[in-house]
Ligand binder design. Structure first.
Ligand code: GTP
Length: 597
């Protein structure tokens, strides 16, 4: 055990985590030429294209130092806020972390939020000043930032470049010298922490774990403590890009287990694997069920593809346990599903995978967060509201709560004014303001999550010219004054366009929704009234005038009765369409509320 080092890399997006990881693998000869690809760790197509490490993985390397061979386990962490619980579990499996900071960009929001997670778990931090080969690198200033942030000595910072390989040997050395060996008792009852899992269509779920105490053996009966299910450890092993089966893995080390599990929901990140016959007294602490934070209706564009959509979602859920869905129906869109996502990026990923892997064309409705309602008749019982359609009758409502987040924003100081204004507009409360250097500021806000869902990130980027970085984590529910804004098209409410909003914003949003829909709905043969309403009260209205198709154009000079007949007919046509409300609403209108300025 004293020759094992478990570490992760924490970095802001694009600061070079994957490139450096490749270099480490390269220098320790963990990759054969044939396996070498640009970014071996990102093995999903989608990940490579987007340059985002969506799913975390683990990989083992061997490194000789002062005559001794060390086993280095690199536990990769996903780089996006939507997956912050997975990041926290990966960090919990490590004793040390490389803190990578791009020498031209400096410290960014995610550097800090992940660093806090690492410090919470008492990880040894090795600061790395990356991309020093860049002409725009600013090593002095960025080193100052790092020193201010973690209070290290200047000589502790390793200047490096994942691109040229400079400094990478120093990093390997520091991993061995500075990161402590794992602690744990190989003879105690088994406790292995699951920090990730992936779905393999042939073998089922592969769970990645770190053995905290005890020893796991091939063929052993194991119990997953959160689900209380028992399986056979059909295969266990270690990962070096490929899997190498082993007979046993002991305390301190990292590995995978395959046990014939077919559904991702049975393997929960953060759960503890123990022995079924000699179980540990307690699981490793810190387990949480991941809960979806953002909900949206997902409907097939073609109505008859409902069953196909269901089976596609079921297959997706086999390898993405954080996706939830249940059937719902909409008068406007027919039959579909209310899906729960970890966040907006997760929602985009699911949408894209439905399209790519299952060839499903879907309409996604306006996303909303999950609210908690308490009714007057029993104000102690929380009722989840994941869909505007389920918003309770305000008369019967005692109170309603919405999820809040803590937002960390780092920006150049010249943009502080506009960022403050944006956050306050979004009902944010400024909690802290710290100057990292003379022209870089860290702002901390508490804000409703719902306000982040609505185009916050795009606007932050645009007012800061791309200089602001942003990260957040949930801080619980708070009471709020919410109303449901309905949209009526020619008097008929279109359920898929309803939104839950704060009362103070309702008029503004209602008005902007109507304006936006007026832009998006094409003129038709008849007048279209677009109204926003709270209950029975109309709060905004727009009108799309009729496109008067001149049906008489072709009968110039002709007989007047024929002309009149045609006009009659046209009027009737208008009436019929109005009656059945067959206004053609384009798809993009269902997401209009996201694009309000
Ligand atoms: P995410 O997975 O999205 O968080 O990104 P990442 O942190 O893994 O960054 P990645 O390794 O994908 O690198 C981002 C970009 O920076 C790529 O275009 C790399 O080629 C480039 N890059 C990475 N390391 C270096 C370096 O040391 N020097 C220079 N000049 N460019 C680098």
């Amino acid at each position: 055990m004293e020759h094992i080092r478990n570490f992760c890399i924490i970095a802001h997006i694009d600061h070079g985590k994957s490139t450096l990881a490749d270099r480490l693998l390269d220098m320790t000869n963990a990759i054969s030429e044939r396996e070498k690809m640009d970014q071996v760790l990102d093995n999903m197509d989608l990940e490579r294209e987007r340059g985002i490490t969506i799913k975390s993985h683990a990989v083992q390397m061997y490194y000789k130092f002062e005559g001794k061979e060390y086993t280095l386990n690199l536990i990769d962490t996903p780089g996006h806020v939507d997956f912050s619980y997975e990041v926290s579990r990966a960090i919990a499996a490590c004793e040390g972390a490389l803190l990578i900071v791009d020498a031209s960009q400096g410290i960014q929001a995610q550097t800090i939020s992940n660093l806090y997670l690492a410090l919470e778990h008492d990880l040894e931090i090795i600061p790395v000043l990356n991309k020093i080969d860049l002409p725009s690198a600013n090593p002095e200033e960025v080193s100052d930032q790092i020193i201010d942030l973690i209070g290290c000595k200047r000589e502790d910072i390793i200047p490096a470049s994942g691109k040229t390989g400079q400094g990478v040997d120093k990093i390997l050395e520091a991993i061995v010298k500075r990161i402590p060996a794992p602690k744990g008792d190989p003879n105690a009852p088994l406790q292995a922490l699951i920090f990730d899992s992936v779905y393999n269509p042939y073998r089922g779920i592969e769970a990645y774990f770190k053995v905290v105490n005890g020893t796991i053996r091939k063929g052993q009966r194991v119990k997953f403590m959160a689900t209380d299910k028992v399986y056979n450890a059909d295969e266990i092993g270690i990962l070096q890009l490929k899997q190498y089966p082993k007979d046993e893995i002991s305390a301190g080390d990292v590995g995978y287990i395959v046990s014939g599990i077919k559904d991702a929901r049975e393997v929960k990140v953060g759960d503890t694997i123990t022995s079924a016959d000699n179980p540990a007294d307690a699981p490793i602490e810190g387990f949480e069920e991941v809960k979806p934070m953002v909900f949206a209706g997902v409907y097939p564009v073609e109505i008859d593809q409902y069953e196909e959509l269901r089976s596609s979602l079921e297959k997706l859920r086999l390898n993405d346990a954080s996706l939830t869905f249940e059937p719902e129906s909409s008068a406007a869109l027919g039959f579909g599903f209310r899906c729960g996502f970890l966040g907006m990026l997760h929602m985009e990923i699911v949408q894209e995978r439905l399209d790519r892997e299952f060839n499903m064309d879907v309409i996604t409705t306006v996303p909303n967060v999950s609210y908690i309602a308490y009714m007057k008749k029993d104000p102690t019982v929380p009722v989840k509201v994941n869909n505007p359609a389920d918003f309770p009758d305000p008369v019967k409502l005692d109170r309603i709560e919405e999820p809040y987040i803590k937002a960390q924003i780092i920006s150049k100081s010249e943009y502080v004014g506009s960022i403050m204004k944006l956050c306050i507009d979004k009902r944010g409360i400024l909690k802290n303001q710290v100057y990292l250097t003379s022209d870089r500021v860290e702002l901390t806000f508490e804000m409703p999550l719902a306000e982040i869902v609505f185009d916050f990130y795009d606007r932050l980027k645009s007012i800061s010219r791309g200089y602001a970085s942003f990260d957040y984590y949930p801080i619980g529910y708070r009471e709020s004054d919410l109303v449901k804004v309905d949209i009526l098209i020619n008097g008929d409410p279109v359920d898929a366009l309803s939104a839950l909003v704060h009362r103070s914003n309702a008029y503004d949003i209602g008005r902007k929704m109507c304006e936006k829909l007026k832009e998006l709905i094409p003129r038709q043969q008849f007048v279209i009234a677009i109204q926003a309403a709270i209950g029975s009260k109309i709060i905004a209205r727009e009108t799309i005038s009729a496109l008067r198709k001149d049906v008489t154009a072709k009968c110039y000079g002709g007989d007047i009765t024929r002309k009149r007949k045609l006009l009659e007919k046209q009027k009737e046509g208008k009436k019929r369409m109005k009656q059945i409300g067959s206004v053609e609403i384009p798809q993009k209108a269902f997401l209009a509320v996201l694009k309000l300025n």
